[in-house]
Ligand binder design. Structure first.
Ligand code: ZN
Length: 500
């Protein structure tokens, strides 16, 4: 196992020391101040210091320069355009892992320091409410994860990809790291010859100068920071057409293009299937980013979903299963990306729907009964609620482990809520609701209450009692239409482990 000297120094100390050291050379105010700052958040109960109050980001312009090794920091420039929603004497960004060289606000050097996982910026003069805010941060972006903290960068065999969900984008670049503040993204990546860089959105061209290339991509729709994607590798980019001419773009290791093609060519048909269920694909392009990495998960990064290569090459996975996982990430482009959760307790809306379409696709194309899967989920639902919380009131993630929020209660446990809803209001109303949901909230953020409201409007009756029981109760309610379905009693795992 490689050992890096960097990992010996505790992350918080190193970050603070680096920030203060830069502040001394760049601006004396922050260095001499006795840390008057505290990390702020926007009040998400699952991540109290994620996101920041007082401004609304319009756009990010990110520039990364890859040094040709995925164990060295990238140099980076992050430019943020925002509006102040209140008078600001200082501005907090989320940024916790990298060295900041300088910060400018509206073209004027600003002082900066760190507080927890925030970069606290003090502009030369306070910013008025409603004022435009242009922040430029010059910094490094370190792909080697800190000890006991998952990174946003994922190191692959031939470069890097990104997996920021839920709270790791601010380990990669300074940002307002919460899905409630979506913004437009332009991403520039400079790589040495031999590498290909791809990011969210569509290409805006590439420019080659003396041994390196700068690739530029831009989103045409707003995006949450957790869905940002940058792939750097020895990759091939494959193009094809989806329904009604939609550009489909896959990014795969160059040597694996042929072996992966039988899977990649399934995407246009899967998009057509999803469009038939919920309406037009919401973005400018789609495709798979297949990485040689052990992430243990796939991720719906906007317009370019991240998959481990192993999903497609391990013969242990049956074809129907692989395809249903492809549809899971594809359906997130509607549920989770185009319609983002307002807070992380709304995560069940992402994963419940993605699991729903994953299971429905398996039923319609591979005869894997949805009802059988839901009956099995019903059996285990009380246990999932006991260990992970009810679907819309999940327990917090384990600190530093970005995927630990992603428990069965938000996957099959939440698809089960959608099944119960379909049982309750009937299939036609349920299908109308699904199409209306992604149309009404397209490119926006939405809450669990918004879903309950729309469901009630479409069903023509108040469903608040139904949702309270299914989304917030410790015990799973009786399944409408299946009075015979039974739930396993909740085990006491801690006690069992202690005596065992
Ligand atoms: Zn998912």
């Amino acid at each position: 196992m490689p050992h890096s000297l960097r990992s010996v120094i505790p992350r918080a100390r190193r970050t603070t020391a680096a920030l203060l050291a830069s502040a001394v050379s760049g601006c004396l105010i922050a260095a001499s101040a006795p840390s008057p700052t505290t990390p702020l958040g926007i009040g998400d109960p699952l991540f109290p210091t994620l996101g920041n109050p007082g401004y609304d980001v319009q756009s990010y312009d990110l520039s990364f320069t890859y040094p040709g090794s995925n164990s060295k920091p990238l140099t980076a420039v992050t430019k943020i355009k925002a509006w102040a929603t209140q008078r600001l004497e200082s501005v907090n960004l989320d940024f916790a892992y990298g060295t900041v060289q300088s910060v400018d606000v509206n073209g004027v050097p600003a002082s900066f320091t760190s507080a927890g996982e925030d970069l606290v910026i003090t502009p030369a003069a306070p910013l008025p409410r409603g004022g435009a805010l242009r922040i430029t941060v010059r910094h490094t972006s370190d792909p080697v994860p800190a000890k006991s903290r998952d990174s946003g960068w994922v190191r692959t065999n031939d470069g890097l990809v990104m997996a920021n969900q839920a709270d790791a984008a601010h380990l990669v670049f300074p940002c307002n790291d919460h899905p409630s503040d979506k913004a437009m993204f332009t991403i520039h990546v400079t790589t040495p010859d031999g590498y290909t860089a791809v990011a969210n959105g569509v290409s805006r061209g590439s420019e080659r100068t003396g041994g390196s290339t700068t690739w530029t991509y831009r989103t045409r729709h707003p995006m949450a920071t957790e869905l940002a994607q940058v792939s750097i590798g020895r990759s091939t980019v494959l193009y094809r057409r989806g329904p009604h001419g939609l550009p489909v773009r896959d990014v795969v290791p160059a040597k694996d293009a042929t072996v992966l093609e039988p899977w990649l060519k399934k995407t246009p048909g899967q998009i057509a299937w999803m469009e038939q269920k919920v309406g037009l694909y919401p973005f400018e392009t789609y495709g798979l980013l297949i990485a040689q990495a052990q992430t243990g998960f796939e991720l719906e990064t906007q317009t370019l979903s991240l998959f481990e290569k192993q999903v497609f090459t391990d013969p242990a996975y049956p074809a129907w299963y692989v395809e249903s996982i492809m549809v899971h990430e594809l359906s997130h482009q509607w549920f989770g990306d185009s319609v983002s959760p307002r807070g992380w307790s709304d995560l069940w809306l992402n994963e419940g729907h993605a699991t729903w379409y994953e299971a429905l696709y398996a039923e319609e194309t591979a005869h894997r009964s949805l009802e059988t899967r839901m009956k099995a989920a019903y059996t285990r639902s009380d246990q999932w609620r006991a260990t992970g919380g009810p679907p819309a009131d999940p327990q917090p993630a384990k600190a530093g482990h970005k995927i630990s929020l992603f428990r069965p209660n938000v996957y099959d446990g939440s698809a089960l809520v959608l099944y119960a809803l379909r049982q309750e209001i009937g299939r036609p109303a349920f299908e109308r609701l699904e199409r209306a949901w992604v149309a009404v909230h397209r490119d926006g953020t939405a809450t669990t209450a918004d879903f309950e409201h729309l469901a009630s409007v479409i069903a023509g009756r108040d469903l608040s009692v139904f949702f309270r029981a299914w989304l917030y109760s410790e015990k799973t309610p009786p399944m409408p239409g299946h009075p015979d379905w039974k739930r396993d009693p909740v085990q006491a795992p801690t006690a069992a482990r202690q005596v065992g």
